[in-house]
Write a protein that binds this ligand. Sequence first.
Ligand SMILES: Cc1cc2nc3c(=O)[nH]c(=O)nc-3n(C[C@H](O)[C@H](O)[C@H](O)COP(=O)(O)O)c2cc1C
Length: 190
Amino acid sequence: MDLKMFETEAWAALAAAATDDPQAGFRYLTLCTADALQRPQARTVVLRQYADDCRTLTFHTDVRSPKWQEMAANPQVTVLGYCHQRRLQLRMAGRAECYAAGSDIARSAWRELSQHTRQTYTGGPPGEARITADETPGTNAVEAGESRFGVVMVRVSVLDACQLQRNNNRRALFRYSPDGELQGCEWLNP
Ligand SMILES: Cc1cc2nc3c(=O)[nH]c(=O)nc-3n(C[C@H](O)[C@H](O)[C@H](O)COP(=O)(O)O)c2cc1C
């Protein structure tokens, strides 16, 4: 297999996961940030969209969560995924752009969310001690969730793809310009 084909397969696997198929290999990715003390922080997020032309991954989050502040202070992030079916690991380094309530991007993404998903944003601040009992939020509470809803877009600048298959292990590095153009690539020792 040539490098170009390996690259195409890797991005195609991400594109396939950015549909509503919860079983897709790269549907759940690990988003890694650095906190204020430069400690690594990692958490699972759902891949909502993938834009092939600019190599951008889109996630949704609560702007009150620590990761939001972490990315505001340091937008350099790593996104990690592993697809068991393909035996493929994708490690992507990039820059996070955060769009809070009031931005066109957050507003249009919120409009697309189901009522059920909007409820995710009606609770207390993520990570803080729970102080209210569980109850079904009213319509107003659900709509108030919009002020806490944020969109994170990660522009990938480096893709490290590693596939471990019996007798056919391969690993390659791909570098991209800010507008998603391939700038260099090479095979690496796995
Ligand atoms: C299966 C699964 C999917 C998740 N998807 C998201 C997501 O899309 N966005 C998000 O902000 N948190 C998501 N979470 C919760 C995060 O992993 C994390 O616990 C939360 O966002 C708080 O992260 P932080 O304290 O590092 O900011 C998900 C958790 C699980 C278990």
